[in-house]
Design a protein around this ligand. Structure first.
Ligand code: GTP
Ligand code: MG
Length: 149
């Protein structure tokens, strides 16, 4: 049951890209196990982005991330952590391949629409940060047998 945290950042929500992003994960065969829209607190964002504390873009990153609602999601499925990163595309959308979310929908690093956990450890840490345990559901998709051998 590999899981990852995906965020539609404030720019993605404001631009009406939430459905487009959910669609890509659904169509790939991944399963949502938690989804919510919220205005994140500064405290949450400081924890989320703690690895970037002290970098020159950190203050702008936290300020932008609390500037509007975000959609936080947990997606589950085979290889979802690494594959989600591929589906997102490069951090700098100008370098992201067409066909990726950033490559199709963004041009600036500070407005790159989505976040995805970058490792198993980060995924666990970030899911625990954004969701209470009871918010993450267990359910069986009827399509599962058409997606897994
Ligand atoms: P996330 O999935 O959002 O974590 O992106 P990432 O893992 O591809 O990038 P990273 O964790 O290194 O940086 C986190 C976020 O900080 C990026 O998604 C950008 O929004 C922002 N960021 C990173 N580097 C820069 C930079 O050099 N300039 C600016 N303005 N923002 C940056
Ligand atoms: Mg990152």
């Amino acid at each position: 049951h590999e899981r990852t945290l995906i965020l539609v950042k404030p720019d993605g929500v404001a631009r009406g890209l939430t459905g487009e992003i959910i669609k890509r994960f659904e169509h790939r065969g991944y399963k949502p196990v938690a989804i919510k829209l919220l205005l994140p607190t500064k405290a949450l964002l400081e924890q989320h982005y703690e690895e970037h504390k002290g970098k020159k873009f950190y203050d702008a990153l936290v300020a932008f991330s609390e500037s509007g609602p975000v959609v936080a999601m947990v997606w589950e499925g085979f290889g979802v952590i690494a594959n989600a990163r591929k589906m997102l595309g490069a951090t700098d959308p100008a370098k992201a391949e067409p066909g990726t979310i950033r490559g199709d929908h963004a041009i600036a690093t500070g407005r790159n629409v989505v976040h995805g956990s970058d490792s198993e450890k980060a995924a666990k840490r970030e899911i625990d940060l954004w969701f209470r345990p009871e918010e993450v559901t267990r359910w069986t998709s009827a399509a599962g047998k058409w997606i897994h051998e």
